[in-house]
Unconditional design. Structure first.
Length: 79
């Protein structure tokens, strides 16, 4: 029997995802009325490692403006 996490992972694999920053959490929209809310830390992991984490939103990291976590995450997940 598959674990709930494995079942969810299999159901979401290959779907497009659009992320929206909300006041108290993040919304992950997988289409077909399938959305998840994440009021906890999360991250996007690539073959090179952690590419972005939800806690990075609004951080400066030495840049001239704070990081737009919503735009960064959606760019990473595009395609």
């Amino acid at each position: 029997m598959k674990s709930p996490a494995a079942t969810l992972s299999a159901a979401l694999r290959g779907r497009q995802c659009h992320i929206t920053r909300r006041e108290a959490d993040w919304s992950f929209d997988f289409g077909e009325r399938l959305k998840l809310a994440a009021p906890v830390p999360w991250r996007v992991v690539t073959a090179d490692g952690i590419a972005h984490g939800g806690e990075d939103d609004g951080q400066w990291f030495g840049n001239t403006q704070p990081l737009d976590g919503e735009a960064r995450t959606n760019a990473l997940l595009k395609g």
